[in-house]
Design a protein around this ligand. Structure first.
Ligand code: ATP
Ligand code: MG
Length: 239
């Protein structure tokens, strides 16, 4: 069994995030893990080139995490070496006025990777059942229907040639505090500090619950969710 498989959410299972360790290291030695990571990185680069050459398949990687969960550093560590012509990273921020006047998948679909490409979503349409739910941005009935819409959307992408994999970078509330603190203390990281992250932090439990439901409802055989322990970055990268 590959190392990551133990972190895959079985379709239909009830997820309790408190049961998932955030600082797991898989019992591995850091140097060994980094060596293995370097090998897998080379392999990923070569496979991406083949995928680009053939242009019959695409790969979509969805990354979600609490604030300061390490999405940016994950993207840098994993995808920097891939030919920039064959990959596209999209950051989804709060929707603008025009986007808000469309269905929640409207702005997403035009950003899915074309065949041959590796697409990375830094946040995604999952925000529409996460922040939108936690902050009551649409009526409950509306966001509740979205789990099915998401599953159908991902099934369609899969049927049309895109492999979809989704990673939740799992950190603890204490670790988040440490990382936010670091942004305040380090001049070179201060630009990342966003006071609104502190307001969101107060809703930690609501977010965890929203994540649990999204992971339970939307981990499917064709588009699995993985809960990645994200506090040891070398283990996170390897997984
Ligand atoms: P990040 O917070 O991902 O590190 P950032 O700080 O550069 O990136 P922000 O300006 O914080 O960017 O934009 C991300 C914000 O957009 C998040 O707070 C997220 O909740 C919000 N957001 C993303 N998608 C949606 C959505 N569909 N509806 C409402 N808010 C959304
Ligand atoms: Mg932010």
């Amino acid at each position: 069994m590959s190392k990551h498989e133990q972190y895959r959410i079985t379709p239909g299972s009830k997820v309790d995030l408190s049961k998932f360790k955030t600082d797991d290291d898989g019992g591995l030695d850091k140097a060994d893990a980094q060596r293995e990571f370097a090998e897998l990185s080379d392999r990923l680069t070569k496979l991406q080139e083949l995928m680009y050459a053939e242009a019959k398949h695409a790969l979509l990687v969805v990354l979600q995490a609490m604030d300061a969960g390490g999405k940016d550093s994950t993207i840098r560590s994993l995808f920097a070496q891939i030919n920039p012509q064959g990959r596209k990273v999209i950051n989804f921020k709060a929707p603008n006025d025009v986007e808000l006047k469309h269905d929640f998948l409207w702005r997403i679909h035009e950003n899915t990777p074309r065949l041959g490409y590796l697409g990375v979503f830094n946040r995604s349409y999952y925000e529409d059942v996460l922040v939108v739910r936690v902050k009551n941005l649409v009526p409950e009935k509306r966001w509740k229907e979205r789990y099915d819409h998401i599953n159908h959307f991902e099934k369609m992408l899969t049927d049309e040639g895109t492999t979809v994999v989704k990673f939740f970078l799992h950190i603890s509330k204490d670790y988040q505090k440490e990382r936010l603190q670091r942004r305040l203390e380090r001049p070179d990281k201060f630009w990342k500090f966003d006071p609104s992250d502190l307001a969101e932090r107060r809703r930690w439990d609501d977010y965890q619950k929203a994540y649990e439901d999204a992971l339970s409802r939307c981990s499917t055989g064709y588009a699995p969710w993985y809960v990645i322990p994200a506090e040891r970055r070398w283990y996170r990268n390897l997984l």
